[in-house]
Every structure is written in structure tokens, then in C-alpha cells.
Design a protein around this ligand. Sequence first.
Ligand code: DCM
Ligand code: DCM
Ligand code: DCM
Ligand code: ZN
Ligand code: ZN
Length: 255
Amino acid sequence: WGALGHTTVAYIASSLVAPSTQIYFQTLLNNNTDAYLAGVATWADSFRYTSAGRWSAPLHFIDAEDNPPVSCGVVYSRDCPIKGCVIGAIGNYTRRILDNEVSHYEKYIAAKFLVHFIGDIHQPLHDENLDIGGNGISVNFTGIPTNLHAIWDTNMPEKLVGSYSYAAAAKWAATLTAAIKTGAYKAETKAWLQGMDLNDPISSALTWASEANAFVCTTVMPQGVNAVRGQELSGAYYTAAVPVIQLQVARAGYR
Ligand code: DCM
Ligand code: DCM
Ligand code: DCM
Ligand code: ZN
Ligand code: ZN
């Protein structure tokens, strides 16, 4: 996701966690405001563009070598290379947060990565190999040439809420949090935790990646790449994508 998606995921999470969790992460992140998670949600994207942080770029996604729209699926052993992937990263940084031997500083870095990667794993094209996760598929959005990955990360979320700001993210998060607590998502939130096990974060993350990757076949390119390549996608395509974007941002925040 772009900054809007990541910041929204963080605001949802911070409005749902237990008070003891809030205090733990406010202390770890040295930020006592309501934006203690939102304030670090995009750090991993700045870091990966620095020379010191280039190693972390592959940790934002997993290139599932499936065959959309005919068949979708993530296989951890097949799709996560030596250089790493988002599933392995969620596993490693979750273990670091839980490990008493790990330093405060390393836990601080782990927390910043986790807030970001749990967002990214819910973006369907972060769980897809085809055309570099859709970065190689040229499309137009409101007349502007861009690519399929970028409209899922940024253009469609921004069209939905206006544009990017902390205030816009907080407002979108409040809407999705209400849907989680009392609205349209309430009945399904129990199912959102199925397969989640803090002692087996790789399996948990594989569940999330598989679920997001399935949307590549059903919503991102249901008629195949050639039906979207070169097309203007701000109309019917956008309308069909919005419920999936809302659901995936809500799930990421809840989880
Ligand atoms: N991005 C950035 N710095 C750059 C180029 C892009 O922060 N020099 C941002 C743009 C997108 C985000 O990275 O909002 C996409 O990354 P991801 O989806 O991995 O979070
Ligand atoms: N970092 C890391 N692993 C590395 C290099 C850096 O976890 N191999 C972390 C430490 C810093 C952040 O990334 O908090 C940015 O590092 P720097 O300030 O060295 O650019
Ligand atoms: N990305 C991805 N899968 C890849 C390569 C990149 O999901 N195989 C994501 C990471 C960023 C966006 O695409 O969100 C742009 O990546 P980059 O800035 O590396 O081109
Ligand atoms: Zn992306
Ligand atoms: Zn990212």
C-alpha cells in the first residue's frame, strides 16, 4: 500500500489493541500520542530506498508463482527465496518482539517493520509474481498513465477517501473500526483470526498471503492481464475493487 493504506491500517490497530499492548508499543516506539503506530507505518518504505536499507526491499512482498486468473495460490517453499519475503519477515520480526534475549533497539526496529509488513501482505499484488506484482502492467487511472500495482497501492485508496493526510487516514480508520466493532464486518471478525498463532507466525502469515493472493484471480485480473493492460480503470474496475480494498485494510488493522 501507499502511505494512506499503511497509516490507516496502523490507526485501526491502535484503536483495537488492549491497553497493556498500547502501553508496551508506546514505550517501545517512544511516542505517547494516538499516532504511535501511524507515525511509524511508512518507515519501511523510506528505509528500503536508502543504501543502508536496500536489503529490506524484498521483504515487502512474496512473488507467488501461480497462474492467474486460472489458478491462484501461495506456496511458501516455492515462493519465498533466500533473499526473503513478506511471510518470512513477519515470522522473523514477530519472534524478535516475543524473544526476551532481543535488545530494546532490535524490538523497536521489529515493531516498525511489522506494522508495515502486516499491511503489505494484505495487498493482493504483494502476493503475486506476475509482471513484478503488476508493476509491469501499464494502465490508466483518471487519464493518468500508471501501472496496476500502483493503482492498488495508492490511486484507488486515495480516490476512495479524497487524498492522503494523517487526518484522512484517521477518518477512514474510524469508519473501518466502526464496521469491525458494530457494523458490516462484526460477524466475520472471528474468522479473521482463524489460523493465527503467535507461536507459528509463518503459518499465520501464509494464511493471510493466500487469502489476499486469491483476490488476484477474482478481482485484480478476473479476465486475465490482457483485459486490464492499457485500460482506463477508474470506472467499473475501481467500483469492483473498492470492497476488496476496504476489507483488506480492515483485516490488516484487526490482525
Ligand atoms: N515510495 C517511497 N519512496 C520512493 C518511492 C516510492 O516511499 N522513493 C512509496 C510510494 C508508495 C510506496 O512506496 O506509496 C509503495 O511501497 P509498498 O507498497 O511496499 O508499501
Ligand atoms: N537497520 C537494520 N538492519 C540493518 C541496517 C539498519 O535493522 N542491516 C535499521 C537500524 C535503523 C534503521 O534500520 O533503525 C535505519 O538505519 P540507519 O540509521 O543506519 O540508516
Ligand atoms: N513490489 C511487489 N513485488 C515485486 C516487486 C515490487 O509487490 N516483485 C512492490 C513493492 C512496492 C511496489 O511494488 O510496493 C514498487 O516497488 P519498487 O519501488 O521496488 O519498484
Ligand atoms: Zn506496493
Ligand atoms: Zn511496503
